[in-house]
Design a protein around this ligand. Structure first.
Ligand code: SAM
Length: 270
């Protein structure tokens, strides 16, 4: 395994460590977030503090959550952070965001350049806390971001798009070139904003049914719905829910999937 050292830190691949160092990109990210002094700001994976340093100048208090003990120790040595940056050493997927919201009595704003290898599990974990979040800005691998933001009838549209858009409005901002990171990843990144939907168009009654339905239809993506959904619905039922039985999974909206899932839940209640 090759060894990569950046600013005296031995890079740990398992934590998806690609450090942003391009100053223009860092400033552009802060510019799209538009921090306000009294925002309750949380950074996931501050790394060596490239975004942290700039953000900490704009807000009264900044909480950062970093899994890597070595990085936490380096951050603790930076004088700048003693002022208004609270450094927590832990896996963000164990952090209780509700307790922070409860303490501050204000919706949280969350940001960070997420590790590529775990970005989705972090975003899915955060969805549990969406009611306590104002918005989130993440630097993500471009292809993943396209899948999260994809609309029906596009090649990127799939299970991830639907689950995430059930919880959030997703907005893509600007690309970041691989050479803006050390070490450079193989792919482009992009800045993405997630705004929690307080009231989705249709509430899903049973998330297990929702998940099973999505797994089933998207594993037969190219099949027409009459065939891919026959395990769950008769043709008459699909017509009743106003689903075109000759369309495919990628043609249905998030709302269609919510309605289908609730129909399954209602049927199993009886
Ligand atoms: N924000 C820094 C930057 O832009 O230079 C570092 C970004 S790097 C892509 C991802 C950071 O997230 C690393 O510092 C890594 O150690 C940290 N990290 C990875 N998994 C994490 C987790 N589960 N919880 C908290 N931090 C994590």
């Amino acid at each position: 395994m090759s060894l990569y050292i950046y600013k005296n830190h031995k890079i740990k691949k398992k934590f998806g460590q690609n450090f942003l160092f391009n100053k223009d990109d860092i400033l552009s990210i802060i510019n799209v977030i538009k921090p306000k002094y009294d925002d309750i700001m949380v950074e996931i994976g501050p790394g060596l503090g490239a975004l942290t340093k700039v953000m900490s100048c704009y807000v009264d208090e900044l909480t950062v959550i970093e899994i890597d003990k070595d990085l936490v120790n380096m951050l603790l040595c930076m004088d700048l952070f003693k002022k208004n940056v609270i450094i927590l050493e832990m896996d963000v997927r164990k952090f209780d965001f509700y307790s922070l919201y409860y303490k501050k009595k204000k919706l949280l704003r969350i940001f960070g350049s997420l590790p590529y290898n775990n970005a989705m599990s972090i975003i899915l974990y955060l969805s549990k806390y969406r009611n306590f979040v104002h918005d989130m800005y993440f630097v993500l691998q471009k292809e993943i971001a396209y899948r999260l933001a994809a609309k029906p009838n596009s090649k990127f549209y799939g299970k991830l798009s639907i689950i995430i858009q059930y919880y959030y409005n997703v907005f893509l901002f600007f690309d970041i070139h691989p050479s803006s990171f050390k070490p450079s990843p193989k792919v482009y990144s992009i800045v993405v904003r997630f705004v929690p939907l307080i009231f989705p168009d249709v509430f899903v009654e049973n998330l297990n049914n929702f998940n099973n339905l999505l797994n089933c239809v998207f594993s037969y993506r190219r099949k027409i719905l009459k065939n891919s959904l026959c395990r769950f619905f008769t043709i008459e039922e699909l017509k009743k829910i106003k689903i075109n039985i000759f369309s495919r999974a990628e043609n249905l909206s998030v709302k269609d999937f919510c309605l289908l899932s609730n129909y399954i839940s209602d049927k199993t209640k009886i």
